[in-house]
Design a protein around this ligand. Structure first.
Ligand code: ATP
Ligand code: MG
Length: 334
């Protein structure tokens, strides 16, 4: 305990503060036209739709960015998810989320954004493909810890989704179970580009403090000391997500420990080795090694998405069987 206190004192936090003005300076170019989508659920040609064309059926989720509703198109009866921004959302942030999401689509492991829909506030809502089983966070709460083959299947698809984003110079910055959606067909898709950032130049570091603190990498708290590489930050969050799905709880805090700011910062930034190595949890050597490579505290030593795609935990001869285990798991949930 004394050691922890000592280390708390040694940790000089250097948090970059969110700066809406600088966000505005970085305004993105005019929006591209809505994507032509081949999704079967997009038959409403939603481009011309208004919010009043959709009947709200239920709330799917709430977050910092707004409320997501399950909706039905009144004319076609097709089902969608509609994300309505909260009143406090900044127009510039919404434009950035929209542009990043459009830029990232279409891809098999990225949630399809079907269309922006004009909202009464003058901004827009997001019409999204409906993922009928919700997020991995809710799946975890219903099902408990996931078996390793299912995790390998999820991890491989998330890595392919991230490889796609990173190849477009997009860092997601908010990978966590609540932002990964699943459906009863066994598909897994990365959602929520509200914290994302496009790195336009190799020196861009996207320092602003946006995203979910609990899943942020250590260097994000002390960028001046360690430098901040957004791509490596996404890898850290992915490793934490996979470990959480295995353990059934947030990995960096003990059972029942309160997730306050100080406890989180200590757990993320302090300690020796990787968090995965410190925790004597029950898992195969391949999974422990995979998570360990993602959760290297030193970002320079952390594996990249490309390297992780050839890690034995995800590149395996039984990957079809892993996909089948995951499909079976979601089939029993639906
Ligand atoms: P936060 O700021 O907390 O990350 P947010 O306000 O940006 O969240 P989203 O992450 O996009 O909003 O969505 C919030 C929740 O709504 C998700 O965690 C998920 O449970 C649900 N949700 C979002 N999109 C869909 C969808 N297409 N299908 C089903 N559920 C969805
Ligand atoms: Mg979210």
């Amino acid at each position: 305990m004394a050691l922890v206190r000592q280390r708390r004192l040694a940790l000089t936090l250097d948090l970059p503060v969110a700066d809406p003005a600088s966000d505005r300076r970085r305004l993105l170019p005019p929006l591209p036209p809505p994507p032509a989508t081949s999704s079967s659920s997009s038959s409403s040609s939603a481009t011309d739709d208004r919010i009043s064309d959709f009947e709200k059926l239920s709330v799917l989720g709430n977050g910092n960015g707004g409320t997501v509703y399950k909706v039905r198109h009144r004319r076609t009866l097709a089902l969608y998810a509609l994300k309505l921004p909260s009143a406090s959302s900044h127009s510039a942030s919404l434009r950035r989320e929209l542009e990043l999401h459009l830029r990232a689509s279409p891809h098999p492991y990225i949630l399809p954004l079907l269309s922006p829909i004009p909202s009464p506030s003058g901004d827009h809502a997001f019409l999204l493909e409906l993922m009928d089983l919700g997020s991995l966070d809710s799946l975890l709460r219903r099902h408990g810890p996931l078996p390793e083959p299912a995790l390998a299947s999820i991890a491989r698809r998330l890595l392919l989704g991230l490889a796609h984003l990173h190849s477009l110079q997009i860092v997601h910055r908010d990978i966590k179970p609540a932002n990964i959606l699943v459906n009863s067909a066994g598909e897994v898709k990365i959602a929520d580009f509200g914290a994302g950032r496009l790195l336009r130049r190799s020196l861009d570091t996207c320092l602003s403090y946006i995203g979910t603190c609990a899943y942020m990498s250590p260097e994000r708290f002390q960028p001046a000391a360690h430098g901040y590489d957004g791509f490596a930050g996404d890898v850290w969050s992915l490793g934490l997500t996979v470990l959480e799905l295995r353990l059934g709880r947030f990995p960096l805090l003990g059972e029942g420990e309160r997730a306050d700011w100080a406890a989180l910062v200590c757990a993320i930034c302090l300690g020796d080795g990787t968090p995965a190595e410190m925790d004597g949890y029950d898992a195969s050597e391949e999974l422990k090694s995979f998570v360990g490579r993602c959760l290297e505290r030193d970002a320079a030593k952390r594996w990249t998405v490309t390297e992780l795609l050839s890690h034995p935990f995800v590149e395996r001869s039984d990957s079809d069987e892993c996909d089948r285990v995951f499909r079976e798991l979601v089939r029993t949930e639906s």
